[in-house]
Design a protein. Structure first.
Length: 129
């Protein structure tokens, strides 16, 4: 079964950088998708699920148009509790982070700008489980 990592951010340079760094480290073991907002991410999730692909991880920004990352990640968790979730943001509300930490097991937060080594270590630790 194909394993997928989905990166969600309204800045294309961020999703391109994430995917590049992860692909360089993880190789061809994972398939990578990107979305610019929660609505597009849901479309991709629904397509992947319909195609019976296994979404292992979603990395999402917090400050995005229409739906903030914390609301999006909580909705993902409610429908797909097996997917590992990371919020990546330089502007995230501390209350939103704490709320996700309290509600989602294994939820992780990574501050922008991130260190590549920290990103890779975090992702590898989540994907082990």
């Amino acid at each position: 079964m194909e394993k997928v990592i989905l990166c969600v951010d309204d800045e294309k340079i961020v999703t391109d950088t994430l995917i590049s760094q992860l692909r360089n480290e993880l190789g061809e073991e994972y398939f990578f998708e990107s979305a610019s907002d929660a609505a597009e991410a849901w479309e991709i999730i629904e397509e992947l699920v319909a195609d019976q692909l296994h979404i292992r991880l979603i990395i999402s920004d917090w400050l995005m148009p229409k739906v903030k990352g914390d609301k999006f990640l909580l909705e993902v968790f409610e429908q797909y509790p097996h997917i590992k979730l990371v919020m990546l943001s330089g502007q995230a509300d501390e209350a939103a982070i704490k709320n996700l930490e309290n509600k989602i097991p294994d939820f992780k937060f990574l501050r922008k700008p991130w260190a590549k080594s920290e990103l890779i270590e975090l992702v590898k630790s989540l994907l082990k489980n």
